[in-house]
Design a protein around this ligand. Structure first.
Ligand code: UN1
Length: 494
């Protein structure tokens, strides 16, 4: 019997008012139904927001160190349940177990790091221009935060949003991606066990137009934090703007690795494989362009193609597998379409490019690791986010040209350069227009203690994780305490 999972509102597991459910299916084996989840609508969202709204004063007034302590318990439980969380995640999302363990680890790291903000969250104390007057700034929660999270990092990304939102005293409604609700259900259960009071965190499952959009429109939601596609993100931005509410967006990437003629090519190939085919290419930070210096192009291509062909596809729960499936049939169709587009534009397919025929693979949404060469910077495959295991090789003749090609993109999330020349490395750091730059490492693998996010169409200027997450989830209050016992006038009494 397939299990049915419920929404979490005001500390209770409840069914949707619609009485309807949707199924969550294992992308490596479509016969494996993971569960039935509530197909909620506006009314469920309304209840969840009311619950978060009612809880907000009590949570705001809970001392931040106490809030942090609950979150430290969340981190401990994540450690304890790491393996089962990772297994559930591989089953519902497809990426290999080593990567889902990494996903859980990222949530653990983020939670330990950010729970500590309960005892920091520093503001400024500055001198006043007047005698017997005290000036300081303090961080205040925004109120109710709506989180809309993606399926490619089913636990890590929810943690990037929930933990900083909660430690700073906000209450939350989360809508998990319909492809990975089980991981968020598991996460919510951990908050419950850790003793988070009812109403502080609520979860409503369902589709964007039924659940996400009502959060954007609701006057009691003060901020919407979203990770997902550019198109959905820009709709959310417009919706939030018309309701004059805050929003933080984390969207696409068209990340590139530059390979200079002095690069360690073996190391570079490791980085390209990890960046392009890890998570089956379904990371915002995935490497989808390689800008290779013409002098090493032939050698690098040969090494890369050989290794790409050797990657083993299959169920991510099998430890011998390197690359799991794509998330669903739609994704598989989209990648297939880009292969056609690439060929039509004149790019040369070196390996992959199709749905694999191997044993057992027909049950899932697999796609062969694909390498294109002879790609020119303006082809669609070099400009648009494919979100699959496809990498395009673009040849360059100089360092300057390489930088120009990388920067010629609507996105600006992650970039990398392989070179042994320290001057070139630093010049690249200065010139690459991306939120993240790696030197002699792939485009993926950001650590949570630094800001995460990008320039241009990747986001709206916010950075998640690190201490910058606090900027998203708080507002400043400037406080003036006049203890002179008389009227003092700033700017006038000089
Ligand atoms: C994403 O792809 O949306 O840097 C997030 C990385 C991971 C996070 C990726 N730590 O690849």
């Amino acid at each position: 019997m397939t299990r049915t999972y419920k929404n979490y509102i005001n500390g209770k597991w409840v069914r949707s008012r619609t009485g309807e459910c949707f199924e969550n299916i294992n992308p490596a084996n479509t016969g494996d139904v993971i569960g039935r989840f509530q197909k909620s609508d506006r009314e469920d969202v309304e209840q969840a927001i009311a619950s978060a709204f009612n809880a907000r004063k009590q949570w705001r007034d809970t001392p931040a160190p106490r809030r942090g302590e609950i979150l430290f318990r969340v981190a401990e439980l994540l450690v304890k349940e790491k393996e089962s969380l990772a297994r559930d995640m591989t089953r519902e999302m497809g990426k290999i177990l080593a990567e889902t363990r990494g996903d859980v680890q990222e949530a653990i790291d983020l939670t330990y790091y950010t729970a500590g903000e309960g005892r920091r969250m520093a503001g400024d104390t500055v001198p006043s221009e007047l005698d017997k007057k005290f000036c300081m700034s303090v961080r205040m929660p925004l109120g109710v935060v709506g989180c809309i999270t993606p399926w490619n990092f089913p636990l890590a990304i929810p943690s990037w949003k929930l933990i900083p939102a909660l430690v700073t005293g906000n209450t939350v409604v989360i809508k998990p991606a319909t492809a990975t609700p089980l991981t968020v259900v598991n996460f919510i259960k951990i908050f419950e066990k850790a003793g988070l009071p009812p109403g502080v965190l609520n979860m409503v499952t369902g589709f964007g137009s039924d659940v996400g959009w009502p959060m954007v429109e609701h006057p009691k939601v003060n901020l919407v934090s979203f990770t997902g596609s550019f198109d959905t993100g820009s709709q959310i931005a417009a919706g939030c703007a018309s309701h004059m509410k805050q929003f933080s967006l984390e969207m696409g990437g068209k990340n590139a690795i530059i390979v200079m003629d002095d690069a360690d090519l073996e190391l570079t190939v490791e980085g390209i494989l990890f960046g392009a085919f890890g998570t089956t290419g379904q990371r915002c930070t995935a490497c989808s362009r390689v800008i290779v210096h013409h002098k090493v192009q032939k050698k690098l291509t040969a090494l890369l193609v050989k290794r790409a062909k050797a990657l083993r596809l299959g169920d991510g729960l099998n430890s011998k597998v390197d690359v799991g499936p794509l998330i669903n049939e739609e994704a598989q169709k989209k990648v297939e379409l880009y292969i056609k587009i690439g060929k039509k534009e004149g790019a040369k397919l070196l390996c992959g490019g199709g749905v694999p025929k191997g044993r057992g693979l027909g049950k899932g949404f697999f796609f062969e690791p694909t390498v294109f060469t002879d790609v020119s910077p303006h082809m669609r495959i070099a400009q648009e986010e494919i979100f699959g295991p496809v990498v395009s090789l673009i040849t360059c003749r100089s360092f300057d040209q390489a930088i120009e090609i990388v920067n010629d993109s609507r996105y600006g999330l992650s970039s990398a350069i392989y070179t042994r020349d320290v001057n070139k490395a630093f010049q690249a750091i200065q010139e690459l227009d991306t939120g993240i730059t790696y030197i002699n490492a792939s485009t993926i693998g950001a650590e949570i203690q630094l800001p995460f996010g990008g320039t241009k169409g990747t986001g709206n200027g916010h950075r998640e994780a690190g201490t910058t997450a606090l900027e998203i989830f708080t507002e400043w209050k400037s406080v003036y305490v006049d203890y002179s016992g008389k009227l003092q006038k700033a700017q006038i009494d000089t």
